[in-house]
Design a protein around this ligand. Structure first.
Ligand code: NAD
Length: 406
């Protein structure tokens, strides 16, 4: 049995709202896209090209005034694509059945939603317990895009991957921009320049994109990952894969935590590679845990003067001991960047990819006539359903909310 989609609560203070579900009159389902208010967030959850597709599927799309400005999608483009631009948040949400977001809603934003509203976006649930609890209590339905399973059928809605692609690309560009050297080999009248060496630690989606970008810039690229399967992908991009006699691939293709002996071996090999690199980009992550420490303070001291570390794991504790999240620090001539929200630095394309992910996701939820599924039976919907009908369905979040450690 699937999970039944509840219509908007007729007793809600906003009154009865057409649901668009079977049996209702021909009122289109309203999809609302608020302006993202999180500091530094430039992305928007939909783009004009996707609005055109959604309106063709019998949905009414409302976009909050200026929602796309930060990503260079002005209001006029949304209007031309068939969206209605709305100036107040109240008008945006009045009667809206679905809300598309990038960042999780704050408690105040949840309070603006009528019961039964379906919110879709990144929810970062275990770090946003208060907002999750408020969605539960207000009987808001929330789908978390980070919970979409990494199965082939869900690739088009894999927002973790699309945004990691943007992050990996931006990390390589940031590394090059902060490096005092050229990346490619140059043969000039003023002499020959040797290519720079870029080391990528963690060859998941972001790491592979960083490898591809650094290669295009002409650097010599080396990479390491605890999952041996990553080796083939690294080599196919023309980079050297650093081999260690460890394979730490576990469930779902993600990495497991290493044993103390494995960690020591890894540390030694990584330290040697770090010492010879001009740019190190670290992306190592273990879902739900603090990022593994790969570059110690002592290793930083062995690096070449002018070398750069771009630590993509800054937000989850950092892969380098000296990383400060959101800051750039210089320690003895080594520049260490701890950037946050890298996809937001290429907001035009990050938003475009994210919007397409959402469009694919919506196709599971709403049929071609604009009718919302009565039951959430699809395995992708089931896996990503965070809150529904007054219940938190994601176990680790539910356990944290009830004070039990997952
Ligand atoms: P992630 O962001 O969770 O982690 C980044 C990388 O860090 C991973 O490759 C991981 O193996 C690596 N890592 C962890 N600990 C490390 C350590 N101590 N040293 C070095 N590297 C370490 O990863 P991700 O980019 O989200 O990808 C996770 C997995 O999901 C991969 O296997 C990827 O191929 C797979 N994936 C599958 C699909 C799909 O089939 N649809 C889509 C995207 C990703």
């Amino acid at each position: 049995m699937g999970i039944v989609s509840t219509p908007i609560d007729a007793q809600d203070e906003k009154g009865t709202i057409p649901t668009g579900s079977k049996g209702s009159t021909a009122m289109p389902v309203v999809v609302a896209v608020p302006k993202e208010l999180a500091p530094g967030e430039q992305r928007v959850a939909t783009v004009p090209e996707v609005v055109q597709k959604l309106t063709k599927s019998c949905l009414e799309v409302r976009v909050e005034h200026d929602a796309g400005t930060g990503a260079y999608y002005p209001d006029e483009l949304f209007t031309a694509a068939g969206a209605k631009i709305v100036t107040s948040r109240t008008d945006l949400l009045d009667g809206a059945r679905i809300v598309l977001r990038v960042q999780p809603p704050t408690v105040a934003e949840v309070d603006q939603l009528a019961g039964g509203t379906i919110v879709i976006g990144f929810m970062n649930a275990t770090n946003n317990l208060e907002a999750v609890a408020r969605m539960r209590d207000r009987r808001v339905t929330a789908f978390a895009l980070e919970l979409v399973p990494r199965i082939t059928r869900a690739q088009s809605m894999d927002a973790l991957s699309s945004q990691a692609t943007a992050a990996g690309y931006t990390a390589a560009i940031l590394g090059a921009g902060n490096c005092p050297k050229f990346l490619p080999m140059l043969t000039t009248a003023a002499g020959t320049i040797r290519p720079a060496t870029v080391l990528i630690l963690g060859a998941g989606v972001a790491g592979l994109m960083a490898i591809a970008t650094a290669k295009r810039l002409g650097a010599i690229v080396e990479a390491y990952d605890v999952r041996r399967a990553a080796g083939e992908q690294v080599r196919s991009l023309g980079a050297k894969f650093l081999e260690l006699e460890i394979d730490a691939e576990s469930q779902g293709g993600y990495a497991r935590e290493l044993t103390p002996e494995e960690k020591a071996k890894e540390q030694q090999m990584v330290s040697t590679a770090v010492a010879r690199a001009d740019i190190v980009i670290t992306t190592a992550a273990i879902p739900g845990r603090k990022a593994p420490l790969l570059i110690t303070r002592e290793t930083v001291a062995t690096m070449r003067l002018g070398a750069v570390i771009v630590d993509l794991a800054a937000e989850s504790g950092g892969n380098c001991e000296l990383t400060q999240a959101g800051k750039t620090v210089n320690v003895h001539g080594i520049t260490i960047l701890g950037p946050q929200n890298l996809p937001s630095r290429v907001p035009f394309h990050s938003s475009q990819m994210y919007a397409k992910n959402l469009q694919s996701f919506l196709a599971l939820l709403v049929d071609k006539e604009g009718v919302i599924a009565e039951e959430f039976t699809d395995e992708i919907l089931v896996a990503s359903l965070l809150v529904h009908a007054g219940e938190v369905l994601h176990r680790p979040t539910r356990e944290l909310l009830s004070g039990v450690k997952p």
